[in-house]
Write a new protein. Structure first.
Length: 79
């Protein structure tokens, strides 16, 4: 069940990050995939920084931060 929540939160985070990053959206499907990858990246980045959020809202915040960072990295390679 935890894996399903992980996927759902990643999808929501990708949608949120796509809306927040102006000009960096790659389309709905790609933004959802970016959200899933970003949730892993956000968990790692915040863990390295010493921050930890708990609960569904905390997971969504962490995943959104990771998705924004990942979209920013991808936008560096997009022409």
């Amino acid at each position: 069940m935890s894996f399903i929540w992980f996927i759902l939160i990643g999808i929501c985070a990708g949608a949120i990050a796509g809306r927040l990053m102006k000009g960096s959206g790659f389309g709905c499907l790609v933004n959802m995939i970016v959200g899933i990858i970003g949730s892993v990246l956000g968990g790692w980045l915040l863990g390295v920084a010493g921050y930890s959020f708990h609960g569904v809202l905390g997971s969504l915040i962490t995943a959104t931060i990771g998705a924004i960072v990942f979209l920013w990295i991808l936008s560096l390679f997009k022409r």
